[in-house]
Design a protein around this ligand. Structure first.
Ligand SMILES: Cc1cc2nc3c(=O)[nH]c(=O)nc-3n(C[C@H](O)[C@H](O)[C@H](O)COP(=O)(O)O)c2cc1C
Length: 438
């Protein structure tokens, strides 16, 4: 067995995730609202020995997204989803996304520390700042910040939350029935956090959890976002097209973390990938080709326009892709990540495809790399990326729910185990133990 082991997370973003047609896939669930679906996902991920299930968040309704069933068209409260998953598992970690913009530090710190206790120390917080006016419309009293200032406020927020999580010493809860002392209050500090943007007195009425406090996940990508991730992230999520790009991101983040005095070897970079498993390579390729057939041109164009922040309203679906970009995209939009990477992905075909064809291709994985093949082939591809040092783990993004996780667990995981890069069983119980950062 190799000494370094890779980590696995499951992307629980439904009814469509990075694949805009997931809910229309014939193998997909239709039960997005009840607990049975979540229980099934949770048990599948735990049977496959995943480190964590990851629950994303959004707090706005976007008409085009809802109409076409795109990502976030159904959105439960992520903490409730996490509680539902934790209740039927014993080892699987659960990453909960919550925003620094639309929560109070006290409430958020308490929700997550409670979940961490109730799950036996299996919770992570994916820290998001929630950019964009649609979200703010639901929180009219919140001042809308952008760019670096949003992250400055985020720093204050995480400082406040971690101060609340660390207010009790490990041995503050004494419960001495003889003396009548329940909490040794000399071992509880009052954080009294005063930041530039917010303040909170504390403490919480909760001691440290079995893993002290939740693990912190971060996925910022702008220069300021990466700085934030380097400061706070135990786990970093990345979506990059190539292993070389992943490697560059990882090196950048770890250098930033070292400059902040952190032990960069303890930071885990998870790369998002979309595995498409087949009984044979040909079947897997046919499955990959099938995906585009479940996305209408309208849904694809809606999805792409949101990511590219490009107004494609009323566009002629048969107009050439490059011509539409020329007519509709400002300089900033044309240089944006979605447009640049989609054009790169299309390569020589870019001049010959319509905007609808290009947008549908984008919407099969939202530019998340697709790994196509048999279980053995996909396990080998993952192992190569991992062995090259480009990623510490992978975030598995499904094409259908919950079958993609079943396929991965049955057809890929045994080969990762055979190759000696993935656990055959959990050796600890907390998420920090799984990630080897306890
Ligand atoms: C794997 C992954 C998951 C993410 N999940 C969410 C999410 O649930 N909600 C959200 O608002 N943003 C999410 N993001 C967006 C990031 O938090 C971040 O805003 C984005 O990567 C752009 O970086 P920037 O804010 O520094 O520009 C996610 C990003 C990645 C790569």
């Amino acid at each position: 067995m190799s000494e370094r082991q890779l980590f696995l997370g499951g992307y629980v973003l439904f009814p469509s995730g990075h694949y805009a047609g997931a809910w229309r896939h014939p193998y997909s669930s239709r039960d997005w609202l009840g607990r049975d679906f979540l229980h099934q996902v949770a048990r599948t991920l735990e049977a496959a020995k995943f480190d964590l299930a990851f629950i994303p968040e959004t707090v706005s309704f976007r008409d085009g997204f809802e109409r076409h069933g795109l990502s976030n068209a159904i959105k439960h409260d992520p903490a409730q989803v996490a509680a539902t998953i934790a209740a039927v598992t014993t080892h699987l970690g659960v990453g909960v996304t919550l925003s620094t913009s639309f929560n109070e530090p006290y409430n958020l710190a308490r929700t997550l520390l409670s979940l961490d206790h109730l799950s036996g120390g299996r919770v992570a917080w994916n820290v998001i700042q929630s950019n964009g006016p649609a979200n703010y419309a639901n929180f009219p009293h919140v001042e809308q910040l952008a760019g670096a200032e949003l992250y400055d406020r985020g720093d204050d927020f995480v400082e406040a939350v971690t101060a609340l999580w660390r207010a009790w010493d490990d041995d503050a809860l004494v419960q001495d029935q003889e003396t009548g002392v329940f909490v040794d209050t000399s071992k509880v500090t009052i954080p009294d956090y005063q930041g530039k943007y917010l303040s909170v007195r504390g403490p919480l009425n909760l001691p440290p959890s079995p893993q002290t406090h939740p693990v912190i996940i971060q996925a910022g990508d702008s220069p300021r976002g990466r700085q934030f991730g380097a400061r706070w992230g135990d786990v970093i999520f990345a979506i990059e097209r190539t292993p070389a790009d992943l490697r560059a991101k990882k090196d950048d983040l770890k250098a930033k973390a070292r400059a902040l005095g952190r032990d960069a070897e303890k930071i885990r970079l998870f790369a998002a990938v979309q595995p498409i498993v087949g009984e044979t390579t040909e079947i897997a390729k046919a499955r990959r080709d099938y995906l585009a057939t479940r996305i209408t041109p309208e849904a694809g164009v809606e999805f792409f326009s949101q990511f590219a922040r490009l107004d494609l309203g009323g566009v002629d679906l048969d107009a050439p892709y490059l011509q539409v970009l020329e007519e509709r995209a400002t300089e900033g939009q044309a240089e944006g990540r979605a447009v640049v990477q989609l054009t790169e992905l299309l390569g020589n075909r870019a001049g010959n495809v319509t905007i609808a064809e290009a947008a549908v291709e984008f919407s099969t994985s939202e530019l998340t790399p697709q790994l196509v093949g048999t279980g053995v082939e996909i396990a080998e591809q993952l192992t190569d990326i991992f062995a090259s040092g480009a990623a510490d783990g992978f975030l598995i993004t499904p094409t259908h729910f919950p079958g993609s996780f079943d396929d991965f667990g049955r057809a890929v995981v045994p080969h990762l185990q055979r190759l000696g890069v993935f656990r055959t069983d959990y050796t600890g119980t907390t998420l920090r133990e799984h990630l080897d950062i306890a």
